[in-house]
Write a protein that binds this ligand. Structure first.
Ligand code: NAD
Ligand code: UD1
Length: 338
């Protein structure tokens, strides 16, 4: 029973590959290495003892994708991570994002249909909820107009899968991640942001290691207890484990609908200042930061209602914010200034 993981050398994908291997699944990674490096497969092997089968393939290349699936009858299910994810970049180059995230996914789905592979786990995001009317957000909270082309590609992906699930035998679990952070306990795999990070936690750790001079907190005049934005940070290993559980649910035929959606968060909202405090606590360092203006496009607060994932999926996040900060910091210290 082999599981195809697209984007499997990336941040969330690599952690998921390890969890899959540790649960006894044989994994095939398909990635074009546009935002990851081949050495990740060596580090996966160091953790699990198993080198995953790897194919450098761009999902946008339809002929190559079809060639890959031709004559293969050993793939049971697919976990689809491969996508671009930088919000700002998507605003500046929307076609790049529509092509990569939408065309790439259509090529993949076409090939799956042609080869009767009908179990699919999809990486979505809490970005689909936009500025929610009430908190915490449940899976039934309305999907809002996307703030960026990136966010829209996640919504389009969900819609394609919803449409497909009505007419084909494709079974899908959509996982809406809140804010993934942290790294594997081994510090052998973690997040490798290319260029200046947009996300808070890599910016914190790069500042602490001396790669960035100062962290700017994007506004402290929001209507929240300390004035900074609130998010639901989730440890990447918790997130990875949820993928294995979702996959198993489909393989065991326990899924109740052709398409199911689950929020993946801890259910706790933490402010930017609370994240900084947690980092300072676990690292024993003072972080160099200043308060700056608001960042365009930021929602004030968002955190998840985790009831559906807890009760129906049977998954619960186990690791707290300190743990996320500590593993992120250990990872940054291992890779140094990159
Ligand atoms: P990542 O960039 O670390 O991993 C994505 C991987 O996909 C990379 O290894 C990249 O090389 C590969 N890839 C991209 N386009 C490809 C293509 N056309 N063909 C083959 N491979 C391709 O990102 P991540 O943080 O691991 O995110 C994984 C998924 O989760 C993405 O779909 C992302 O949109 C989604 N997601 C991420 C977050 C987050 O904060 N990290 C939040 C919500 C949703
Ligand atoms: C962002 C994306 C979201 C995407 C997610 C995962 C935006 C508007 N949203 O979420 O679509 O799914 O990443 O990739 O970009 N912060 C600072 N200083 C910094 C960096 C961040 O104060 O240098 C603050 C932000 O303003 C925010 C919080 O930290 O309040 C978290 O930011 P970030 O890590 O970028 O995640 P999101 O904005 O929640």
């Amino acid at each position: 029973m082999k599981i195809l993981v697209t984007g499997g050398t990336g941040y969330i994908g690599s952690h998921t590959v390890v969890e899959l291997q540790q649960e006894g699944y044989e994994v095939i990674i398909l990635d074009n290495l546009s935002n990851s490096v081949i050495e990740v497969t060596d580090n996966i092997e160091k953790i699990s003892g198993i080198k995953p089968e790897f194919h450098k393939i761009d999902l946008c290349d339809e002929a190559v994708v079809n060639e890959f699936f031709k004559d293969r009858n050993d793939i049971t299910a697919v976990i689809h991570f491969a996508a671009f994810k930088a919000v700002g970049e998507s605003v500046n180059d929307p076609l790049l994002y529509y092509r990569n995230n939408v065309t790439g996914m259509i090529n993949l789905l076409n090939a799956l249909e042609a080869n009767a592979i009908n179990k699919f786990v999809y990486s979505s995001s809490c970005t689909v909820y936009g500025e929610a009317d009430s908190l915490p957000v449940t899976e039934n909270s309305p999907v809002k107009k996307a703030e960026s082309p990136y966010g829209f590609t996640k919504q389009i992906g969900e819609q394609i899968l919803t449409d497909l699930s009505k007419i084909s035998g494709m079974k899908t679990i959509v996982l809406r991640y809140f804010n993934p952070t942290g790294a594997h306990d081994s510090s052998l795999i973690g997040e490798l942001p290319i260029g200046i990070p947009n996300n808070l936690v890599p910016y914190i750790t790069q500042t602490a290691i001396g790669q960035r001079e100062i962290l700017t907190v994007n506004g402290n005049d929001y209507d929240t207890p300390d004035g900074t934005n609130i998010r639901d940070y989730i440890h990447v290993v918790d997130l990875a484990k949820a993928h294995v559980i979702a996959l198993k649910r489909m393989l065991d035929g326990k899924d109740e609908n052709p398409l199911e959606i689950f929020n993946l968060g801890t259910g706790n909202g933490n402010s930017v200042l609370e994240v900084i405090n947690a980092f300072e606590f676990v690292s024993g360092m003072k972080l160099n930061f200043r308060i700056g203006p608001r960042r365009e496009g930021d929602v004030v607060s968002i955190y998840s209602d985790t009831k559906k994932a807890n009760e129906i999926l049977g998954w619960k996040a186990e690791r707290d914010l300190n743990d996320m900060m500590l593993t992120s910091w250990n990872w940054q210290k291992r890779i140094g200034k990159k």
